[in-house]
Design a protein around this ligand. Structure first.
Ligand code: NAG
Length: 375
């Protein structure tokens, strides 16, 4: 709020400063509603989804249950996780309810969520809407995943190759080819590399500056995207880093007792995100038939955290689960004292992951930013 000189030359309205804040918001809302209507109309007129499927890769932000089947302690397949999901069922999603990508899949008009590839559901016709290869605690670097016995990005790509041949077997070559080239590929990674690896590993920090570490991650992103492209992907959406310094766990662990977002972590995210955009532009230049969008989740999430009340939230520092300052995964369980009774006013569900309500807001911005992918 202190930055009063926001953008005084904003289009047409010459109103007071208080309504000036409202005007751009409602324009955004209007565009949002229009985009959703457009999506619905187009989707309905085809009688099916806007795209044939969604393939999901990366970390806990998008994992829909692959870690349930792994020998790792990074899991979320027990209450209170999933308590607001359909049937109040803990699926392994790191959330009380739906992930942002669940809303995205719904917005695209697909009838079912792409199944977690390692789950029982991932067979037969269930595979024809796409699949989810993501694994909590995974990241751009295979060694981040290996630290937590998660599925590395390289292994996720191997599973995806295996998936392709399964789909050919189930649906035939032509249908498989249409699915592979028409599907949207979503990647969420990088937070684990920083928060669960770099920042807690003195050896890594001694070897690389955070900037150099980011370059390492981006090399991995670049080859992952090239590999996906070579396997037939033509529509890729990659999420930016979130404001890592505002994650409740990060404030607790790295905040030196202060209660504010940690500036250097957020700056690392900003630096990384700029380079992610540059690498993505270069990828698009190399492949003119590749649609590639970087979903900015940094700014929408920061906005929720800084001004929760603007979007109907009241708590952005403490998560709902437990004390809300440190608990995630095993530490967020039915015996954690203090868990809130209704998560809708909270931005964070556990100390690292947004609530379903916040994920809804994020998915709305993803929808707007991702129009290019479905056009
Ligand atoms: C939580 O609160 C919201 C808003 O006040 C309300 O709409 C919703 O029904 C509540 N959910 C539960 C499970 O009580």
């Amino acid at each position: 709020m202190a930055s009063s000189s926001r953008n005084s030359s904003s289009s047409c309205s010459s109103s007071s400063s208080s309504s000036k804040r409202v005007a751009p918001m409602s324009t955004t809302m209007l565009v949002l509603v229009m985009a959703q209507v457009l999506v619905l109309i187009v989707g309905l007129s085809h009688g099916q989804g806007l795209v044939p499927g969604v393939m999901i890769f990366g970390d806990s932000v998008v994992d829909a249950g692959n870690n349930n089947n792994l020998d790792t302690f990074v899991k979320a397949n027990f209450p209170p996780y999933g308590r607001d999901f359909s049937n109040h069922y803990p699926t392994g999603r790191f959330c009380n309810g739906k992930l942002a990508t669940d809303f995205t899949v719904e917005n695209l008009g697909l009838s079912t969520y792409p199944p977690a590839y390692l789950s029982q559901d991932a067979q037969g016709k269930n595979l024809l809407n796409g699949a989810n290869f993501a694994s909590a605690a995974s990241g751009y670097l295979d060694r981040t995943a290996n630290l937590y016995r998660a599925i590395s990005l390289s292994q996720q790509l191997q599973f995806y190759k295996e998936y392709q041949s399964k789909v050919v077997g189930i649906a035939g070559r032509a249908k498989a080819a249409a699915l592979i080239s028409g599907a949207i590929y979503i990647l969420s990674a990088g937070s684990s590399d920083y928060v669960q690896n770099y920042y807690i590993n003195p050896l890594l920090r001694g070897t690389y500056t955070s900037d150099q570490f980011g370059d390492l991650l981006l090399q991995s992103f670049n080859s992952f995207a090239e590999n996906l492209y070579n396997l037939g992907a033509r529509r890729i959406g990659v999420t930016s880093l979130p404001p890592m310094g505002c994650l409740p766990a990060a404030i607790t662990l790295f905040g030196a007792g202060r209660n504010d977002c940690i500036v250097y972590l957020n700056n690392d995210a900003i630096t990384f995100n700029k380079k992610l955009n540059a690498v993505s532009e270069a990828l698009k230049k190399r492949h003119s038939d590749l649609k590639l969008v970087v979903f900015d989740i940094y700014n929408p999430l920061l906005d929720l955290i800084k001004n929760p009340q603007n979007s109907g939230f009241f708590e952005a520092r403490k998560a709902c689960c437990g004390t809300g300052t440190i608990e995630t995964s095993l530490l967020c369980n039915v015996r954690s004292p203090g868990t809130c009774s209704n998560a809708t006013g909270y931005v964070f569900w556990d100390s690292v992951h947004p609530t379903e309500a916040a994920n809804k807001v994020l998915s709305d911005t993803i929808l707007l930013q991702g129009i290019d992918l479905i056009s």
